[in-house]
Design a protein around this ligand. Sequence first.
Ligand code: SAM
Length: 275
Amino acid sequence: MATPDGPDSNPGFDTSQPTIARVYDALLGGKDNFAADREGAALYLKYVPDAGRCAIENREALVKGVHYLVREAGIDQFLDIGSGLPTQKNTHEAAQEINPNARVAYVDNDPIVLAHGRALLATNNSTIVVTADLRDPQSILSNEEVRTHLDFSRPMALMIVGIHMHFHDDEKPDEWVRTIMDTLAPGSYLFITDFVDTGEPLQKGMERAGLESLGNGWIRTPERIEQHFLGMPLVPPGLDFLARWFPEDPDADVPAAEDLEPYQRILMAGLAKKA
Ligand code: SAM
């Protein structure tokens, strides 16, 4: 496989423009990114100096959510859409450290995720990675690999983590998610994190960085984010800032929202259960 910007740098995809997956990788301190992506990440850091810590907290929230789903909810299969490049602890690692038989289908529309994911997962039979687009939910639902790997007659978790912000509301992203959720068995879960807008300048800075670097990355009010859950009841503690969100211990003694660092008030997480 080609090394980003290395001597054999002919990876087979356009490296002249930043992509969401690679900019996020750069913010997380990964190596699967190119000069244009690092420029994109630099824009984030210009407007939100702690943007890298936001990305790390988002990954930590992903692990918290997966641990809850496996340990408390008994979920053993995951459809992780917008999964991103492999990084330190991925969904399958978080799930399989509790249930080694947990199965994960990673879906991303950026071909670099497939390239790097296949290499990483070559020895893990419980995990697949496919290239498909959330904008075309039927293409995911009818994907042979996905259908063979996951059992749609049993509950699973649909993960839409750190991806809604890349869609404008005019695109009606909730309808794509609804199409998938409608096909999942009762007892399935929907796990979401998203950029929030409670009127703070740093939240606006995050949006500005996204729009200038990637052309997307909108912030939304908590009320609007709640609508992503399609009316399904939220698991305690409900929708909250990542640093306050502990689904395995919803009564945890967490800092008041106003005592968090401003960068910790940029992303919120929530989990809902389908009746
Ligand atoms: N879910 C991971 C996490 O939270 O750490 C990665 C989040 S990353 C910010 C967003 C991911 O969504 C990127 O890997 C990007 O390629 C992917 N993505 C963006 N638009 C997508 C689409 N229309 N369909 C599928 N994946 C998409």
